[in-house]
Design a protein around this ligand. Structure first.
Ligand code: NAP
Length: 210
């Protein structure tokens, strides 16, 4: 059982927090307006209290505001794993960080926090129910700290992601590719008229272990 504090009470936070709680984790939501979030089945506290609660803190806020929100919490987030699901998209669905990524920017602003970017390349419904697809596809991980990625990978397992579906891309600079895949996500979603899909990395038939 891991203590997990979610920042945000939107679609992603609700889906992942509910699934994490169902898997036995000790979950709270952190909101700008805890008293106003009366429709949630799990505890809702302030953002600062959610950060204090979590051994894992999940950033499920708009990528356009995440940095401003998290930077003042640098001391409270020191030493913690920050599972970052944010993407910065403009109102017209363009990348807000076309030459960077919010994952990299958060890691730079919070050098004592172990940022792991994952789950960002799919819809919230698929994040917590990969088994609903014909096959799970691939979930990517990016981050500097190997142990933090192991912790997050274990949580992914609890959410239904088989070990063979998880692909460690390397350091936090690789979060840029994950975030920028959002453009392709939007294109595919339009083409198939559904958000219920995932990307799947397939390898050469001759690749060992495949
Ligand atoms: N939806 C998806 O399927 C999906 C897929 C991949 C990635 N993402 C990324 O995941 C993140 C969360 O997405 P979402 O769909 O859950 O978004 P959302 O429904 O808009 O929820 C975002 C939450 O962030 C909190 N927040 C804190 N500061 C905020 C601010 N200044 N403006 C607006 N909200 C603020 C809000 O909670 P309080 O009001 O309670 O503080 C809000 O409920 C985004 O970065 C998104 O790009 C989403």
């Amino acid at each position: 059982m891991t203590k997990i504090g979610f920042i945000g009470t939107g679609n992603v936070a609700r889906a992942v927090a509910t699934a994490a709680a169902a898997a036995g984790h000790d979950v709270v939501f952190g909101s700008r307006d805890p008293a106003g979030r009366t429709d949630l089945a799990l505890p809702v506290v302030s953002v600062a209290d959610a950060v204090a609660h979590g051994d894992i803190v999940v950033n499920a806020t708009p990528g356009t505001v995440s940095l401003d929100l998290l930077t003042p919490l640098r001391a409270q987030l020191a030493g913690k794993v920050l599972l970052d699901i944010a993407v910065g998209m403009t109102e017209t669905w363009e990348l807000a960080h076309p030459n960077s990524s919010i994952g990299e920017q958060i890691q730079e602003a919070l050098p004592d926090t172990k940022v792991v970017k994952t789950l960002v390349t799919m819809d919230a419904t698929v994040m917590v129910d990969p088994g609903s697809l014909t096959e799970p596809g691939t979930v990517f991980l990016s981050g500097e700290d190997a142990e933090a990625k192991r912790v997050v990978a274990a949580l992914l397992g609890d959410l239904g992601w088989p070990e063979e579906s998880r692909l460690d891309l390397g350091g936090i600079s690789t979060s840029r590719g994950q975030e920028h895949l959002a453009l392709l996500f939007v294109g595919v979603a339009g083409a198939i008229d559904s958000h219920a899909f995932n990307f799947h990395v397939v390898r050469s038939a001759g690749t060992p272990g495949q």
